[in-house]
Design a protein around this ligand. Sequence first.
Ligand code: UGA
Length: 445
Amino acid sequence: MKISVVGTGYVGLVSGVCLAEKGHQVTCVDIDPAKVEQINQGIPPIYEAGLEALLRKNIGHGLQATTDLRSAVMESELSLIAVGTPFDGQHIDLKYIKAVAEQIGTVLRQKDHYHVVVVKSTVVPGTTDDVVLPILEAASGKKAGESFGVGMNPEFLKEGEAIADFMNPDRIVYGGIDAKTNGVLQEMYSVFSDVDQLATNCKTAEMIKYTANSLLATMISFSNEIGNLCTAVGGIDVVEVMQGVHLDKRLSPILADGRRITPAFTTYLEAGCGFGGSCFPKDVKALVAYGAQRSSPMQILDAVLQVNADQPERMVTLLKKHFPELSGLKIALLGLAFKPGTDDIRESPSIPVAQALLDAGAVVQAFDPIASQEASHVLSGDRITFCPDLSQTLNGVDAVLLMTRWAEFAEIPSLLAGLEQPPLVIDGRRMLPKHSVPRYEGIGL
Ligand code: UGA
């Protein structure tokens, strides 16, 4: 099938490259000529594991990039809109979606063949039907459902695992304004066999995306709130509490041979110093704002955000329990990325914690296996240094704050072993056994 993908950011480029790998003829469109040039040379403008290899393999063979939206739409049967939906703190900003819909509509005015326009960006329910469709009709002078179809197809890609998630999806969800649109989407996804596909309307597809992310965010804040209560009560460790909860066979099913499956879902049911990234905080905030607009307050999600906003500060509270005066205290801050496997620091709990430590006069030695450079753009001053490796970061510190679940932090106990004056370790991800270091403190302990 001939497909055009408008927007070559994280979602657009991954989708374009993977659809080409699956045998479609894909044209990626972007307004930035430098990005288009890079993509045509096989160099991805963003980092995502496995992306470069797939791009190099497919570019020039069923995959191309261009700035020419008109010819890309004219020559394809389906266009995916995958441009950004920035969040202004209250609502998602649809200016890029609207601009692209307008441009595609203008091309459709001159196109004789049926074409399907699909929104892939995350947008609140109603956006495709009530914003994109009318713009397409006005710009094309044609009627949706007759000359062209309109659909919505959310993505469920995790940063760092986006290629694997796209190539081996757990589900494919799409919504269309009519059966003909859904038929074209079904054809596009027919290259993925043995995957559950849910065909619905546009609004439901939009709602599924927000609901999926909001559920995971809710699980995290719920676990964090339980952890905070454990801390307040004393004598209860949230790690054991959650182990006991996970052993419910509805959460970790027992197979006929007696073995237990531990679904990845349970990892969202663990206490820590808060969730971050470019999706959960933004999506939950957008849904809360959307509910408020429609007089349907999202009370649970409101609380999910409040718990998460307070969670990083709890690391500082735990530190102050042992060191009431932070001025001059030397702290190792471990992990700057919002999760392991990425250099993305957007909404990372480490950033407000670093800021609070610096504001209180502490001296911070920060380390992240790959996100230090990103973090150095937002954290600066003569009391913060970015260390090149873990052991150097731990050198001579009074306390260690473990903020991101990087696998290499499991080495902390061996690196601290034998020190005469070992630092206090505050485990914000509860990843170290609590007796593995001489002085241990943790979220939910
Ligand atoms: C998230 C969703 O997991 C994807 O399904 C979705 O497609 C994506 O948002 C999106 O909307 O684009 P991502 O933001 O890459 O993906 O991050 P996750 O790996 O889910 O992590 C989000 C937060 O949850 C992080 O702060 C992380 O620390 C926390 N987390 C993650 C856990 O608490 N436990 C885990 O097992 C994984």
